[in-house]
Design a protein around this ligand. Sequence first.
Ligand SMILES: Cc1cc2nc3c(=O)[nH]c(=O)nc-3n(C[C@H](O)[C@H](O)[C@H](O)COP(=O)(O)OP(=O)(O)OC[C@H]3O[C@@H](n4cnc5c(N)ncnc54)[C@H](O)[C@@H]3O)c2cc1C
Length: 462
Amino acid sequence: MKRPELITIAGAGLVGSLLGVMLGKRGYRVQIFERRADMRGQEVAAGRSINLALAERGIHALKKAGLMDAVKPLLIPMRGRMLHDRSGNLEFQSYGQRPHEVIYSVSRGGLNELMLTAAEDSKQVEIRFEHELDSIDFENQTIHFTDAVNRESVVVPTQMLIGADGAGSRVRRSLLPFVKGLDRSELLDHDYKELTIPPASNGQHQIDRESLHIWPRGGYMLIALPNLDGSFTVTLFLKKEGDPSFAQLDSHQAVNAFFKTQFADAMELIPGLADEFFENPQGVLGTVRCDPWIDNENVMLIGDASHAIVPFHGQGMNSGFEDCELFICLLEQFGDDWPKAMQAFGRTRPRDADAIADMALENYITMRDSVLDPTFALKKKLGFELELEFPRRFIPRYSMVMFHRVPYAEAKRRGVVQQEILDELLLGLDSLDQVDRARAGELVRERLDLLNESLLAESLLA
Ligand SMILES: Cc1cc2nc3c(=O)[nH]c(=O)nc-3n(C[C@H](O)[C@H](O)[C@H](O)COP(=O)(O)OP(=O)(O)OC[C@H]3O[C@@H](n4cnc5c(N)ncnc54)[C@H](O)[C@@H]3O)c2cc1C
């Protein structure tokens, strides 16, 4: 079996639906089984990551799928972080230094719905909602589903199964007894809770629309991303237990007191804060690392199913979209020889997934803590200067991850080298005027080789 007749995907979330579109576009027949009901035309459940940050890797994949023109109207650019201190003072920190170096807030539901429709419109993809994958019979190559509409079990033959069924993936769990591998899920000791800043009475956003707002408080933080309807989705990230923690926020009074001391300016904008706090679910966060991602040339994992990460670099969806784009490129490269494409994907991609998992964990500390440190700001400025002088050698790590497509493992490796260069150049200094520029040039040229131009994005939406 080099080119399967029919591809089965478990999960029509963000990654499963994009992969469906891309495979359909390449001429494959695809069936997708999704445990939830069709979300189109339904109210989105509150409190579950309503919006997301879309960046270059995701945009590149959407372009390849031919969807970017349709996605553009859903986007709100976020040019940087707007930091809110306890007194309500604001400080803006730009993410990049060129006009197109921005990330975009996008509605999860809006994007998912658009991709479901595009997949079905291709006539190559059939989506069966309310079909939950229960188990896989590897010997007989069949999949067992529960059809919630007709309340019956359904057995479906499969030639090729792709598990895009998210962090708790049943495909992954079914696979592991048969392969000598690992399946490690590490829950973070911090949870999250979503809240809403509604639009002003004139329908406009109440705080700066083109920023990702952060209320960094050391061990925890509040963030807010804009929505098209003028509202913001606000997320509190906080320890489950300890002081302060979600465990302590067990009454209206405790919630109001906590917000009043820590996030007073945000609190003023969230009417009925404590009611919403108790109505919305408390979400868990974690990292999934597993190996291998493929089995026996007819099962493969993709997206969160193989590499769920914490959301602090805004890369879970972006990396899942990049998975889809890279896999399609491998099919192109190997003339649709699936075993070869799968082997190459399974050999190379886990290293990058591991790297972004680590960087996402590190970025929690950056967002909630380091952004307040004056040395962080100084290093960031010097990093930008070096990028302007050596654009193919020195690119700040955040930019390599968000604005370019430098493989994650390479971005992580270069990030360490760059950090050492900045540390060395700024040792004992408190201003950029004192930096030894000649030494800077020497260090950059000695320690950082030239990046391949094809990995650098010129203009995100062009
Ligand atoms: C609070 C929060 C904020 C985030 N912010 C960002 C961000 O800013 N940027 C970013 O890039 N990423 C972000 N992410 C990560 C992003 O949400 C995920 O990486 C992304 O949703 C992964 O897509 P997926 O399709 O692999 O998995 P999912 O979105 O989880 O989709 C899996 C699908 O499979 C279905 N399914 C599950 N089990 C079965 C089964 N047994 N049978 C059939 N169907 C099944 C589910 O119903 C679902 O539709 C965030 C995550 C969280 C929690």
